[in-house]
Structure formats: C-alpha cells, structure tokens
Ligand binder design. Sequence first.
Ligand code: MV4
Length: 460
Amino acid sequence: MFKKILVANRGEIALRIMRACREMGIESVAIHSAADANALHVKYADESVCVGKASSAESYLRIPNIIAAAEITGAEAIHPGYGFLAENAEFAEICAENDFTWIGPPAEVIRAMGDKATARSMTTEAGVPVVPGTGLVDDVETAAEWANGCGYPVIIKATAGGGGKGMRVAWDEAELRKNYVAARTEAGAAFGNDGVYLEKYLVNPRHVEVQLLGDRHGKVLHFGERDCSVQRRHQKLIEEAPSPAVNDDLRGRMGEAAVRLAAAVGYHSAGTVEFLLDEDGSFYFMEMNTRIQVEHPVTEMVTGVDLMKLMIRVAAGEPIGFDQSDVVVEGHAIECRINAENPERDFMPCPGRILYYHAPGGPGVRVDTHVYSDYQVPPHYDSLLAKIIAHGKDRAEAVARMRRALAECVFEGLPTSTPFHLEVLENPVFLAGAATTRFLEEESSHLQEGLRVRAISEEG
Ligand code: MV4
C-alpha cells in the first residue's frame, strides 16, 4: 500500500480523499492555490504545497507544479478527485512517466471515453445499447439524410463535448440544417474539434447512472445505480440511490451492461456509466465518466461500501476481495448539493464570507463539506459548499431526514440553494419518484413561487 498520496484537488472532495487516507494509515499531501491558503483541505493534510496563483489555470491545472509538489514531498501516488485534471489523459500519462501511481483508470480509456463518438462506437462494439445514431457526420447532406430516415426529433452532439456542452436538438429538417452548421462552428470554437454526430432525441428520459469499480486483475463489479434527473443546465442538484424507476431486474440488466462495457475497454478504478432511461423502460448508453463522482456518497450509503478506500486499494494493485453477489443495495439515500448561489436569481453564484456555519446531524445524515464558520468562499472555483446526504430504510424516511437536515443547516451570510432543495422535497412530482430530466423546467414556476413564499415567511 502507498505511504503517501498527493491529492490534486481542493474542497470537499480533497477532504473526502484525505479521510480515506487517514483511515488507511496513508499520509496525505495537499496542493493549493494562493486563494486557498486557509482552506480546510490544507489544514487537514499532513503536508501542503502552494502550486500557484488563485486561478485554476495557474494552480490546480498546472501539471508541472503538481508533479514538482509530488516529487518534493515524496508522494507515491496522485489522486485527481473530480473536475480539474481528473479526466485529463495527458496528466495520467505524465504521472506514470514520473513514477507516480495514477489513482484512476488507464489513460487510453480516459482518452477514448472523452471522445464521445469513439465512446459510442466502443459501447456498440461491447454489445451495450446505445441510442440509434451515427458516427461522425462530416456534411449536412449526410446529416439530413440520416435524420429524415430516422425521424425527428434528433440531437446533434459534439464529439469533444459531454456533460451537455455542444448539444443541439432539431425538430425538423430545416432546423437540422441550421443547427448542424451552428453545432460544428460552436464545437470548433469551444473545443478546437468540430466533429459532431447525431442521435435520435429522447424527449423525456431519466438520467440513471451505474457505479463501477474494477481492479487491476480484470475484475469489475457494479454498485447499483443513481438517479440524477434533477439537474439544471446539466448541473446535478439532487441525486439518489436507488432510482425510483429501477427495479431489481432492471438494476441487474443495467449493471451487467455497464460491467460489460468496462470489461471490454480494460477498465480499472472507480467509474460511472451514464444511461438515459426512456419512459418505456429501455435504457441507452449516454457517456462514461472515468472518475470518482460528486454523488458517490449515495452509493456508499446504500451499499455500505467505502468507494474511496476501494479506489485507492485497487490503484495499489490489491484485488477486489468480494463478489457481485456480496453487493447489496439497502434502504435509500438522497444527496442535495448546497451551492453558494441564489435560486431566486436564476441560481447566480454568490461567493462571500460564511459568517456562521452549523452542520446538520443525527440519524442517517452525512455531510461532506470543506466550509467552516468565518470561511471566505473564493470566487475562482465551483460554487459547491456542501453535500448533505440522508439515508433511511426507504425513500420516505430518506426524504424526511433530508428535510430535517436541511432545516438544521446554517450558512449565515450567503444565499445558498438550501431553500430550493426544501421546495423540491415538497414537490408532488419529486415525491412520487416521477422526476425526469425535464423536471426542473416543467416545475420551475411552482418551485419559484414556493421560494418566494418561503422568503417572505422568513422575513416575517
Ligand atoms: C440526450 C438526450 C436525449 N436524447 N441524448 C445531456 C448531457 C449529455 N451527457 C447528454 N444529454 C442528453 N442527451 C439523446 N439521444 C437528453 C440529454 C439531456 C439530459 C440528460 C441527462 C440529464 C439532463 C439532461 C438535460 C437535457 C438533455
């Protein structure tokens, strides 16, 4: 096992990784920017190195500085967390070239899955269902021909995109011709790669993703699914496990499909296969995320497995010491992402000082956060302040515990998304377990009205 790991990240995920290290008797090295000198991950770590200025580009994304920090401190392995360099295949390669173990999947798999057209064809090859669609489409006539044959609506996706970036829907041929050109231009400007492909557009799907873990000996297991349908502009706000739309049979089939894909590409480490779950119960591959994700705790709560420790163990070459039949999903867990943003002002980011912080607690409540009283939220990074995770014997208990936990939370001095979550937790569609990816736009007026009433009653 490693003696020392460098954590190439900040915020709650850096702390999460260091907590796993601490439990395993591994020393941790924090890197930080000039703006994060007083950050909790720096205080928690055994050692820390400042790697540059406040902006991400000059610190958390500066590969030479991070490698130098690992060298100076004698770390043996590098954990990238999520975001920043987590899905940067080049960084994974540079780590290995400098004799640091990359705590993540093989660089070739990161690269392959990062190119969405390649990911689609590899998934098809593995016998996993993908939405009817094309490979790269180089001209508008080919695009129109395929779309006219398949029928509308269709979606145009940038191969270098992902997570919703560079996507355009077309409802007829005229719109397709217009959006095809726009999508290519946009993708070229945004990613330096104007490759696009087409898919049949599913109008009202759920976002259901399967958690995977593979070791370096060819074993891959799945840990059930998470439902992440409550999203805004492709930012997840609430995630839960299991999905209210997935029964044991479907879980087995989706899990098996995800494992088949992972095995076909030689995957190891933690990873996630995202599926679109259609209203008729069919599921289709959407993307593979080659990292540990923000929402991994809900899976940990319902399976009782520590994914972060396992991710570190398999990176060190340890085999997974149990089988698929040992993975059992019990109860229900929900995660609410608390962001420093104003849900009444179109979720505008609002960094500033947290004058006073009080954490919720009690049965079935977990809080993953890096904030503390008098912490200044820097404006340079994402606005995630905390993840509140509620676990219960069933969905109703998890919901009740989440409401209680959210009501216990205090983030004095900043607007946060907490009141928005309380609204969702009273919404009949959400409570029925019927939220799809269109939930937020469809329920927006109800949710906004609820927020206004809530604000008024808090003033009075
Ligand atoms: C789709 C789709 C419908 N049909 N693909 C959004 C993120 C990116 N990973 C792919 N996305 C979608 N792809 C087909 N063929 C709908 C979405 C989508 C979506 C997916 C998951 C969660 C929220 C979403 C919001 C809008 C669109």
